[in-house]
Design a protein around this ligand. Structure first.
Ligand code: HEM
Length: 180
């Protein structure tokens, strides 16, 4: 008997997810490193703090989401994970708005703190590019109630996303400490 027809996208979301993630990553690299600065309104200076708050809230939701699934509280797990996604989405909008005007921020620190800062920054940026397709894939399988696939991919998504959120906050405070 032939299997019921299912679209390629619903069976194999990876090409669509990877393409979308690559487009967003390429756009961000262009925005931050190539576009150049333009004069912006004064309120954009608060956006790095908004980004840090969103990253912190995302990290807190991820931790509570994880604790809850370990306790088999599926509904609470779902709520926390969707909240983490919402905070990360707000972060992304705020981050793009800030970098539309500002470009990258140079780190002025010297000595041992400099390699520490760049280690955190480089791992943060590289893993954020990995996190995006992982998050989309994890949500995809969860929202289709394919929890076997969800669980497999989520075991990678959770630590990578948490690392990216927490290091985003660390980078913010390191920049504040040395540029204030
Ligand atoms: C992108 C956000 C999400 C992340 C990072 C995430 C993370 C995880 C992790 C790490 C596990 C495995 C825990 C373990 O090792 O035992 C898990 C399991 C689970 N998640 Fe999520 N989750 C997310 C979103 C969701 C959503 C939106 C739902 C509901 C629609 C959901 C429902 C479940 C269920 C039912 C399980 C248990 C699967 C099983 O044990 O068979 N998750 N999730």
């Amino acid at each position: 008997m032939a299997q019921p027809a299912t679209s390629d996208l619903s069976r194999k979301p990876a090409p669509a997810i990877l393409t979308l993630s690559a487009i967003i990553a390429a756009f961000l690299i262009w925005l931050i490193y190539f576009k150049g600065r333009v004069a912006g309104p004064e309120w954009i200076s608060i956006l790095p703090a908004v980004n840090a708050v969103c990253n912190s809230l995302s990290a807190i939701c991820l931790i509570f989401g994880y604790i809850n699934i370990r306790r088999y509280n599926r509904v609470v797990h779902q709520r926390f994970m969707l909240s983490a996604t919402a905070f990360s989405a707000i972060f992304l909008v705020s981050y793009i708005t800030y970098h539309y005007f500002h470009g990258d921020t140079k780190f002025p620190g010297h000595g041992i703190v400099r390699p520490i800062y760049f280690f955190i920054l480089i791992t943060h940026i590289s893993l954020s590019m990995v996190a995006l397709p992982l998050i989309l894939g994890t949500l995809w399988w969860a929202l289709r109630s394919e929890f076997r696939f969800h669980k497999k991919i989520a075991r990678w998504t959770f630590p990578v996303w948490l690392y990216v959120s927490v290091t985003g906050v660390i980078v913010f405070f390191m920049l504040r400490a040395y540029t204030a």
